[in-house]
Design a protein around this ligand. Structure first.
Ligand code: AVI
Length: 332
């Protein structure tokens, strides 16, 4: 894995501007409902703010999922077995990943991430914690099928996708990702791969809205950082003080939506293009879908995975689901 590969994954113009970022922002700001894909929330400052969010009193998902991983190690070992190759979609968390690895004693660990820096850092930290484990980091966009290192070709695979990041995708993208995971893990060969995936659950609106609009305003900063990033990287002059963080439950789609709302009429430019927002108008910046047992099962089935076992934390806030890749179609 080389640094050069990391650079190649981000396509920059002669001024060093990330072309995909500029295209997504300009296209999104020209829409009637302004909307920018949530992945752009995560520059270095945004990633640090997200880390801070996971420690907030109101933000329960990280604690709830960790509780499940701590409590269910023995069952994971029984159902998943030892000696698998664990393929984590994302760089891995310093808390959650070791809990799983300790429980199932895999033969290899393959973290996949588009950000080479994060990948290298977390892979090195893990290798230190588990000196006997073979760690093969792969710098890649896991939204598409990824070729795994030849060292794990023959091994049984377990995909690991904690955090309910699947909830940040609209259903169509989520299904595409589940199918790509199936292809990456080699479904269709003799041995069907398994997937352990975190999915946050529908609950009281007040609890959800507080989790995404905390009293200390950390989530607000995380959201507003996107406008700051646009100004910094795309030569914009969005008046950030005229935007406020909005987090609201959309019951029709069972999701928390994050928006940046204009508190007065504003005009600004980004990358040389002009935009206006009327007071009250919003830029939609993130969805966080919440699931029921049935909607989670339905999504997994649509993506080619049959749910086998489901665990929740004591308070029933969050679920971790073990699924097995299915044959192409289930009769009837
Ligand atoms: C990364 N993802 C699962 C978080 C979530 O809960 O949807 C992102 C987040 N946005 C605001 N707070 C947390």
């Amino acid at each position: 894995m080389s640094t050069e590969q990391g650079i190649a994954l981000v396509d920059r113009d002669e001024d060093g501007v990330d072309r995909a970022f500029r295209e997504d922002v300009l296209a999104g700001l020209h829409q009637r409902q302004k909307a920018i894909p949530a992945r752009w929330l995560y520059d270095d400052a945004g990633s640090q703010l997200f880390e801070d969010i996971t420690e907030l009193e109101e933000y329960y998902p990280t604690r709830a999922e960790t509780e499940i991983l701590e409590a269910r190690g023995q069952q994971f070992a029984e159902l998943i077995g030892k000696g698998r190759a664990v393929v984590e979609f994302g760089s891995g968390s310093s808390v959650k990943t070791p809990l799983l690895l300790r429980a199932i004693e895999p033969a290899a660990y393959v973290p996949l991430d588009i950000s080479g820096d994060f990948l290298r850092m977390s892979a090195a930290a893990l290798a230190e914690k588990f000196p006997a484990l073979n760690v093969y980091p792969v710098e890649a966009d896991f939204m598409r099928q990824v070729e795994l290192p030849s060292e794990v070709f023959g091994a049984k695979k377990l995909g690991f996708f904690p955090g309910s990041t699947i909830g940040n995708m609209v259903a169509r993208t989520a299904v595409d990702l589940l199918r790509s995971m199936r292809a990456t893990l080699g479904a269709g060969r003799d041995e069907m791969p398994l997937l352990l995936i975190g999915m946050d659950l529908v609950k009281d609106r007040q609890v959800l809205e507080a989790a995404y609009d905390d009293a200390r305003g950390v989530t607000g900063e995380f959201n507003l950082n996107l406008a700051r990033r646009i100004n910094r990287e795309l030569g914009g002059n969005i008046p950030v003080d005229a935007l406020r963080h909005l987090a609201r439950w959309n019951d029709d789609f069972a999701r928390i939506e994050m928006h940046l709302q204009a508190v007065r009429d504003i005009a600004f430019t980004v990358a040389g293009e002009s935009f206006t927002m009327s007071e009250g108008e919003t830029i939609h910046t993130e969805n966080s879908h919440k699931f029921t047992r049935r909607s989670a099962n339905m999504l997994l089935l649509a993506g080619g995975w049959a749910p086998k076992k489901r665990w929740t934390d004591e308070q029933g806030r969050f679920s971790l689901i073990l699924a097995e890749a299915t044959e192409k179609r289930d009769a009837p």
